[in-house]
Design a protein around this ligand. Structure first.
Ligand SMILES: [Fe+2]
Length: 274
């Protein structure tokens, strides 16, 4: 892992207001970047540790987090600390916002509601400050980053079909948008004749004439039937995106959830990847 940002304050991390990285020199052709992009950690510090370790072998230049650092599992503070140290930019997820009362839990399922209120009670002032400051969207010369969709990003809609994807494609100024939220990795591809198709592939070669919405899957609560933590690498030189998986100590995460009195199902589902 190459030099995670040492910046500790929020302005330096570009979390609030104008990003200091907005005009950085990442223009294609001048400067190639290997991005490490990950999402939906959901307070699972064992899964987060596993992907950080896996990224060490990948010569990553910049890390980006697509949101939902907290919610569901029992290590919100540890996950916030690790993401703050690692990630250049983190965009807000619905659980991040709900945990600091910036998003309603009216449409959350009952178990998610329990987890949000437990998380709320277990954050300190610095954690809240970090979560409150997360922007909804990040864009640079290479990519866009949003938890749900680029249209109405604060509504946290799920990118589940071509029609929903088409609205994000319309707003996309670069070739690639990275999303999370569904906890299911996959890719929507829009060809130059505007045809949109969905693929489950985990190794995507980028073609200049296409646009892509990449769902990077979930670090801490995968729901595609594979319980391994998901993490993504985007290499702008090779024009290639890979979504990889890594095993982690699920039993420890499960036991912490149970020990904290969180709903038992939130631990059991990790074993199934559902
Ligand atoms: Fe999530």
């Amino acid at each position: 892992m190459q030099a995670p940002s040492p910046r500790g304050d929020r302005e330096a991390e570009g979390q609030r207001g104008e990003s200091p990285y907005g005009q950085e020199n990442l223009r294609k052709g001048n400067f190639f970047v290997r991005y490490g992009i990950f999402s939906d950690i959901h307070s699972n510090s064992e899964a987060l540790d596993a992907i950080i370790e896996a990224y060490r072998k990948e010569k990553i230049d910049k890390y980006l987090c697509v949101g939902d650092v907290v919610g569901y599992a029992a290590s919100p503070r540890e996950c916030i600390d690790k993401v703050k140290k690692l990630s250049m930019i983190t965009v807000a997820g619905n659980h991040d916002r709900a945990s600091v009362n910036l998003f309603s839990t009216d449409y959350f399922n009952p178990l998610a509601k329990v987890a949000v209120s437990w998380t709320e009670r277990n954050l300190d002032e610095q954690d809240r400050y970090f979560l409150e400051g997360l922007a909804l969207v990040y864009k640079n010369e290479d990519l866009a980053l949003v938890h749900g969709t680029l249209d109405e990003p604060g509504d946290f809609n799920y990118m589940t079909d071509g029609y929903i994807a088409s609205k994000t494609f319309e707003l996309l100024e670069t070739n690639i948008c990275f999303v999370g939220h569904t906890h299911v990795p996959g890719v929507f591809i829009k060809s130059k004749n505007s045809h949109i198709e969905y693929q489950e592939g985990s190794n995507i070669d980028i073609k200049e004439e296409n646009k892509y919405i990449i769902n990077v899957g979930s670090v801490g609560q995968p729901r595609d039937g594979n319980p391994q933590a998901a993490y993504c690498i985007y290499d702008t030189d090779k024009e290639n995106i890979q979504i990889k998986r890594i095993s982690y100590d699920i039993q420890t995460t499960r036991q912490k959830i149970i020990n904290e009195g969180l709903p038992r199902f939130l631990g059991e589902r990790l074993l199934l990847g559902r």
